[in-house]
Design a protein around this ligand. Structure first.
Ligand SMILES: NC(=O)c1ccc[n+]([C@@H]2O[C@H](COP(=O)([O-])OP(=O)(O)OC[C@H]3O[C@@H](n4cnc5c(N)ncnc54)[C@H](O)[C@@H]3O)[C@@H](O)[C@H]2O)c1
Length: 261
């Protein structure tokens, strides 16, 4: 997919791996200068891949769940690169294999997930949109999940955080629209990444992945590029009249009940 992002600076959180890495590469390929954020030092590898493809990127390591660090990071990006035109709130965590029902869910795990998936989005959006409002330009794309629309069992913290962030997206859009700033979200379905491959898209967990895929009308998991394409659209001027929207990219998962009955 091709859009024109020349002259724009984009901050992508959680861009060392998976969907965030694909988004950073796609934005760079379309002309944006990228501030790659991640808590992992592997964010440097994303910068190297962007440079190898002829793009421009710099790594800003940090935890999006730490408000003071987020403020410092955004200041550093704006000093070292330029004011941020595009913010992609992608960093996120879930329980992995450590799944529990609500009545057994621990405080620490609840706080860890909410602290990154919801608080992190708020911290980054707050400081970045303050500058966007002053400049009267900018766009934010939050990476939610279909589980924020239709929950599944044993992922209460993730589902609650993603539902919260989708509504946060709409509420933020209402506030900054008058300043020419747009805020949207993408809600991915099940996407192939190193993480999901090790959790269930592998031979050992075949029954689990087949059961999941039976809920998806298109009959397959999505690719990271499917999400990157949605972000490219929302971040581009082609979406100039789109704000407060949740773009679902899920192969039809949430369209309805996909199985025979
Ligand atoms: N993969 C899927 O099927 C899927 C489905 C729905 C939604 N999502 C959402 O997409 C986003 C990316 O998911 P992914 O599958 O690529 O995950 P991933 O685990 O492959 O990558 C997430 C990245 O975020 C980084 N990160 C974690 N905590 C951080 C923090 N506190 N500060 C900064 N960086 C941090 C990690 O180091 C990692 O590089 C997440 O918000 C996730 O909830 C993914």
């Amino acid at each position: 997919m091709k859009v024109d992002l020349k002259g724009r600076t984009a901050l992508v959180t959680g861009a060392a791996a998976g969907i965030g890495r694909a988004i950073a590469l796609a934005l760079a390929e379309n002309g944006a200068v990228i501030a790659v954020n991640d808590i992992s030092p592997k964010g440097q590898d994303t910068c190297a891949s962007i440079a190898a493809a002829g793009g421009q990127a710099r790594f800003f390591r940090g935890n999006v769940g730490d408000a003071a660090k987020v403020n410092e990071m955004v200041h550093a990006v704006e000093q070292q690169l330029s004011p941020i035109d595009i913010l992609v709130n992608n960093a996120g965590v879930n329980t992995g294999k450590n799944r529990h029902p609500v009545h057994e869910f621990e405080d620490e795990e609840w706080r860890r997930i909410l602290g990154i998936d919801l608080d992190g989005v708020f911290y980054c959006s707050r400081v970045v949109s303050a500058g966007m409002v002053k400049r009267r330009r900018g766009t934010i794309v939050n990476i939610g999940s279909v589980l924020g629309l239709v929950p599944i069992r044993l992922q209460c913290a993730f589902a609650a955080a993603k539902a919260g962030m989708l509504h946060f997206t709409r509420s933020h859009a209402l506030e900054v629209g008058p300043y020419g700033v747009r805020v949207n979200a993408v809600a991915p379905g099940s996407i192939l990444t190193e993480g999901t491959k090790s959790l269930f898209y592998n031979e050992e967990a075949r029954r689990l992945s087949e059961s999941l895929i039976s809920h998806i009308p298109l009959g397959r998991p999505g690719e990271t590029s499917d999400i990157a394409n949605a972000v490219l659209y929302l971040a581009s001027d082609g979406a100039a009249y789109v704000t407060g929207h949740v773009l679902v990219v899920d192969g039809g998962w949430t369209a309805g009940f996909a199985r025979e009955w």
